[in-house]
Ligand binder design. Structure first.
Ligand code: ZN
Length: 379
């Protein structure tokens, strides 16, 4: 769908005034996971390769939005309907279809977006609306309503663009809480598709809702520790040692069955630990097959298990203990390489190094060791 997504206009509504959120700041600037709700939405759409994204804002400062080439910012109106109207009429993006979404819904779903686009393009609906069923009892004036008949309407909603522009132009009420309402007023004239969505698609209205959501996510962290040590021997000739997948000139050689990269071995063990797996030696014993083996293979094995669990690196803290080589000059290159291997930003990686103050077997230069402490978060 990503090629098609580049041709569809996506309007993200961020013009609300957050009156019920009970906070001084706009709710869309409140933290969800590690970014604010608005950025969370924009990054998600960028990942899906939408190339025509319009964000409608009122009180939010433009500086709070990570701007990029394909992002258009339009000033909203006094009401939600006015904001949509402004975006539809003032946008420079041309397209046959448009999707409109409330930025207060952070759990946007690729599955539902693909389904909406499919129904617009292949099945030629004019208006496609996701909904969920109501599982709570609904009471009005002490009377129970028949909940089986209820549809709880969500966004994003998809439309044939010239039709929604036409209907919004004619709308004088300006009190719409969603856009599909315009099509329902003339339901015999337009093809409307309701899509049942069972995934959670919460609209954040109250601060407690966001707190509960963040609490659920916070509980989904895992932590693991890894330690590795290898014997070393001094070399007369210039030799090299591998640390974090980087070859470094050194006066010592590591004695090991594999390539002896203590950093990658410790990291691999810490990730396996966080995932409640056994240690590196269990999966990669000292067999012929693993002789002189590149430690990136071990690391990738643990990363594959991490991806299958839908986790990613939150942060990693590494401590190398050795007398030789000096680690300081190589921090930058090791960090960059680990950032690539672990598919995480450099700011999530800390590498520290210490000597053993000439004491013990490490201090006398006979061993090199490494500790790794990792935390993983839900992707
Ligand atoms: Zn090792």
């Amino acid at each position: 769908m990503t090629l098609i997504n580049s041709k569809i206009h996506f309007i993200l509504l961020a013009g609300g005034d957050s009156l019920r959120f009970s906070s001084n700041t706009n709710k869309l600037l409140a933290k969800f996971k590690n970014k604010n709700l608005l950025t969370h939405n924009i990054d998600f759409l960028k990942e899906l390769k939408f190339k025509k994204i319009t964000v409608v804002i009122n009180t939010i400062n433009k500086d709070n939005i990570s701007n990029f080439d394909d992002l258009e910012i339009i000033k909203g109106g006094k009401t939600r309907s006015e904001s949509v109207k402004n975006a539809l009429n003032k946008s420079k993006f041309k397209s046959k279809y448009v999707l409109i979404h409330d930025a207060a819904r952070p759990l946007n779903s690729q599955k539902i977006i693909n389904n909406i686009i499919k129904n617009l393009i292949e099945k030629q609906y004019d208006c496609v609306v996701p909904f969920s069923k109501c599982s709570d009892t609904v009471v009005v004036n002490h009377e129970n309503l028949d909940r089986e008949k209820l549809k709880l309407i969500k966004t994003p909603q998809g439309f044939v663009k010239n039709k929604i522009i036409y209907l919004h132009k004619r709308n004088i009420k300006n009190k719409l809480t969603d856009d599909s309402q315009l099509f329902r007023i003339e339901k015999n004239k337009y093809k409307i598709k309701y899509l049942l969505q069972n995934e959670i698609n919460l609209k954040i209205t109250y601060k407690d809702e966001l707190n509960s959501l963040n609490k659920l996510i916070r509980n989904n962290f895992l932590a693991g520790i890894g330690y590795d040590i290898h014997k070393t021997k001094k070399t007369i000739k210039n030799s090299f040692i591998k640390l974090g997948g980087v070859k470094i000139k050194s006066k010592i050689k590591v004695i090991s069955h594999s390539d002896g990269d203590v950093v990658l071995h410790a990291i691999t063990d810490s990730i396996l630990g966080a995932l409640s797996q056994r240690d590196i030696g269990t999966y990669f014993p000292n067999t012929k097959r693993n002789l002189n083996r590149n430690s990136i293979d071990f690391l990738n094995y643990s990363l594959k298990k991490m991806t299958l669990r839908k986790m990613l690196i939150n942060n990693i803290d590494i401590m190398i203990v050795s007398e030789e080589p000096k680690i300081n000059p190589h921090f930058e290159i090791i960090t960059s390489n680990l950032s690539k291997l672990l598919k995480t930003d450099k700011k999530n990686i800390t590498i520290k190094a210490t000597t053993n103050e000439k004491s013990g077997l490490i201090g006398s230069g006979h061993f090199i060791a490494c500790w790794s402490n990792v935390s993983l978060k839900v992707n």
